[in-house]
Design a protein around this ligand. Structure first.
Ligand SMILES: Cc1cc2nc3c(=O)[nH]c(=O)nc-3n(C[C@H](O)[C@H](O)[C@H](O)COP(=O)(O)OP(=O)(O)OC[C@H]3O[C@@H](n4cnc5c(N)ncnc54)[C@H](O)[C@@H]3O)c2cc1C
Length: 458
C-alpha cells in the first residue's frame, strides 16, 4: 500500500470517537460480605496500593481494627494520575483501562460514585512504510484458524498437559503450530502492550486464555472519567478513621504464637492478630520473615516478575491534527501512541499517551530526561505528528525505576505453572494480596479480586 502517513494521521474528520458516559453499569460483582472473626480483631495491611486499600475497606466495614503501612510517601502505588492545572486534562501514568468483563472494579466505581466513560478506539499499525488501518488489524484467516484450534486444544487439556505447555513461550508455541513469522510479529506488537513484555517470554499456558478474551475485541474500553486516582482518593476518604503509617517500609515480620509483629525501617513495631502483605511478590525478598518462608515460596518469589513499561504523557497544542480515536502501534521506541479524545477543545490542547514496553522500556528507563524526551519526539515524528503539534509538556514514568515496586504489571514467564497458588498460600498469620495473585493478573480488577480472597482467607 502506498503510504500517505501525514494525510492519514492529521485527518481529524475520520472516525471521531463516540465518548459516552455509562450511566447504568450492568456489572454486578459478587463481593462476599466479610464477617468479623472472634479471634482476629486487629489486622495490619502492608502496601497502600489499590489492593491494600481495598483490603482495608472490606475489613473496616466488617468491624476490624486496621492499620495500613506504606513504604513511600504517597498512597496509590501503580495508579498515578497527573492533572494539568490549566486545561484540567488528566495524564494517566499508571493503571488506566477497565475491560468489559472487569465486573469487580466496575461495581466498586459505582459504589464509590466514580463515573466511568466508554471509549471506542481505532487501532492502526504502522511498520516501516506499511500501514494497516484499524479495520484490517485482524489475524489473517490461517492465523485465526490456528488460534481457534489452539484454544479448543487448550480447553481439553489435562493439568499435566497444561504444565507441559507452560514450559514453552507463546511465540514458539504458535510458531510450532504454523503461524507465519509476519503474523507472529504483529501478534507480538499487539500483545506486548497487554503483557508489558514480548510474547517471546510469556508462558504459552498463561497467554492462551488471554488471547481468547482479546481476539474477540479491543480490550481498552472504560476509563474513570476524573482519572484513575479517583478510586484511591475515594477509598482513602472511606478510611479516614483508620491509621496510616506512610514513608516507612516494613522490613521484618515475626509470626509469634498469638500475634504477628511487624518492624519498619524507622524502628516502629506494630503488633496485630494477622497481616496482609499487599505488595508486589517481587518485593517480598526485601522483608525478613521469622519463621523463614518455606523453600517453594522462596523459589516462587524468585520466579515472580513485573513487566517493564514506560509511559509518557505529552500535553500538546493543535487538537485539530489529532484524531479523537487515534491509537497507533508502530515501530517507534514508544510503540503505542493514543489520544482517546483526551482534549480541551476550547484551549486547543490535548494529551497524547505513549507506551514503551520490555527492552524498549528498559532503554528509556536508563537514560537522562533529555534523551527520554528525544525518544518521545522521535516516536511522534515516526507517525508524522511531531511537525504539526506544539509540545508543551512531557512527563515520563519508567516503572522499573520506581522504588518498592520496580516494574509495571505481573507477567508469568515459562516454568511458572503453579506459582500463583504457592504465592497466595498464607504463612501462619501472614496473608498475601496484590494484583499478581488475582484472576486477570496485571490489572486493577486483579488487585481487587486478590484483596477479596485475602480478606476471606483470614
Ligand atoms: C504503566 C502501567 C499501566 C497499567 N495499565 C493498566 C490498565 O490500563 N488497566 C488496569 O486494569 N491495570 C493497569 N495497570 C496495573 C494496575 O495499575 C495494577 O495492577 C494495580 O494498581 C496494582 O495494585 P496493587 O495494590 O496490587 O499494587 P501496587 O499499586 O504496586 O501497591 C503496592 C504498594 O506496596 C508498597 N510497598 C512495597 N513494599 C513495601 C514494604 N516493604 N512496606 C510497605 N509498603 C510496601 C508500594 O510502595 C506500593 O505502594 C497498569 C500499571 C502500570 C504500572
Amino acid at each position: 500500500m502506498k503510504l500517505n502517513r501525514f494525510e492519514f494521521f492529521k485527518n481529524a474528520a475520520i472516525g471521531i470517537t463516540a465518548v459516552t458516559a455509562i450511566d447504568k453499569l450492568t456489572a454486578q460483582a459478587v463481593v462476599p460480605e466479610k464477617k468479623a472473626s472472634p479471634t482476629i480483631k486487629k489486622v495490619t495491611i502492608v502496601g497502600g496500593g489499590l489492593s491494600g486499600l481495598y483490603c482495608a475497606y472490606l475489613l473496616k466495614n466488617a468491624g476490624y481494627e486496621v492499620t495500613i503501612i506504606e513504604a513511600k510517601n504517597r498512597i496509590g502505588g501503580r495508579i498515578l494520575s497527573v492533572i494539568d492545572e490549566e486545561s484540567r486534562l488528566t495524564a494517566e501514568l499508571g493503571g488506566e483501562w477497565i475491560q468489559e468483563n472487569h465486573s469487580t472494579i466496575k461495581s466498586l466505581c459505582k459504589e464509590l460514585e466514580i463515573e466511568l466513560k466508554a471509549y471506542s478506539t481505532a487501532r492502526d499499525i504502522l511498520i516501516g512504510d506499511k500501514l494497516i488501518e484499524s479495520n484490517m488489524v485482524k489475524p489473517n484467516p490461517e492465523t485465526k484458524e490456528i488460534l481457534k484450534r489452539v484454544l479448543s486444544l487448550y480447553e481439553k487439556m489435562s493439568p499435566e498437559k497444561k504444565q507441559g505447555l507452560d514450559k514453552l513461550d507463546i511465540y514458539s508455541f504458535l510458531k510450532y503450530q504454523g503461524v507465519a513469522e509476519e503474523e507472529l510479529y504483529l501478534l507480538d506488537m499487539k500483545y506486548s502492550v497487554v503483557f508489558g513484555e514480548s510474547i517471546r517470554t510469556v508462558s504459552a499456558e498463561k497467554a492462551i486464555g488471554i488471547f481468547e478474551t482479546y481476539e474477540n475485541g479491543f480490550p481498552f474500553q472504560y476509563k474513570m472519567q476524573a482519572g484513575s486516582e479517583k478510586i484511591i482518593e475515594a477509598l482513602k476518604n472511606k478510611l479516614k478513621t483508620i491509621s496510616f503509617i506512610i514513608a516507612d517500609p516494613v522490613t521484618s515480620i515475626e509470626d509469634a504464637a498469638n500475634s504477628v509483629k511487624l518492624k519498619t525501617k524507622s524502628g516502629r513495631e506494630i503488633i496485630s492478630d494477622a497481616c496482609i502483605l499487599a505488595i508486589p511478590s517481587t518485593q517480598l525478598n526485601t522483608i525478613k520473615f521469622l519463621p523463614e518462608l518455606p523453600k517453594d515460596k522462596k523459589l516462587a518469589i524468585l520466579q515472580s516478575r513485573l513487566s517493564r513499561i514506560t509511559k509518557a504523557s505529552v500535553l500538546y497544542k493543535g487538537v485539530d491534527y489529532v484524531r479523537d480515536k487515534l491509537y497507533v502501534q508502530s515501530d517507534g521506541i514508544f510503540q503505542s501512541v493514543y489520544s482517546n479524545a483526551n482534549k480541551n477543545k476550547l484551549l486547543g490542547k490535548g494529551i497524547l499517551t505513549l507506551v514503551a514496553t520490555g527492552d524498549r522500556s528498559d532503554v528509556c528507563s536508563k537514560i537522562s530526561g533529555e534523551f527520554q524526551n528525544t525518544f518521545v519526539k522521535s516516536s511522534l515524528d515516526n507517525i508524522e505528528l511531531l511537525s504539526t503539534l506544539k509540545l508543551e509538556k512531557i512527563q515520563i514514568k519508567a516503572w522499573q525505576n520506581e522504588p518498592y515496586i520496580e516494574g509495571a504489571t505481573s507477567v508469568y514467564s515459562t516454568g511458572t505453572f503453579d506459582i500463583k497458588s504457592i504465592l497466595k498460600r498464607n504463612h501462619g498469620r501472614v496473608h498475601f494480596a496484590g494484583e499478581q495473585l488475582g484472576n486477570h493478573n496485571g490489572t486493577m480488577e486483579a488487585a481487587l479480586l486478590s484483596a477479596i480472597e485475602a480478606v476471606n482467607g483470614l
